[in-house]
Design a protein around this ligand. Sequence first.
Ligand code: SF4
Length: 150
Amino acid sequence: MNGYIVSTKTSFIDVPGKIAISIIFSGCSIRCKDCHNKQLWDVKSGKLTSSDQVIKNIKENPLVDYVAFMGGEPTDQMDFLIHLCERIKMELNLPVAVYTGREFEVLPQKLIKNLDLVICGPYKKELHIGGWPASSNQRIFKKRGDQWQC
Ligand code: SF4
């Protein structure tokens, strides 16, 4: 399966305390007023990339202990995101984080079941707190065993 991706980078901040490989999706239909990534709104700002290539990129970085999806809006390419999360769990057995402008409650179970961390909600400049998450309306959900905690 293929999807549109802008870049892949190693990150020490996207998942605090972890070395993450961050995969940045292009395209966002949410269009928050104060978005800092408007150049990513057009899905064609990314490059059509195969899931094989994404898995290869992750495998080539042996230090990585987390995979983080962000954008843009990763859930706008939901089928591709679900497919990648399934492959990461089955083939690499790595924990997965998703940054999304959507709320946790609307995410499909097919996606949630392969996630370990969700940072969710639209960015709002008037609620900016300059930390993690970026604005106070955004929520962080962590999976503990079979349960999610916010
Ligand atoms: S969800 Fe993220 S990328 Fe999309 S408009 Fe909002 S801040 Fe920008």
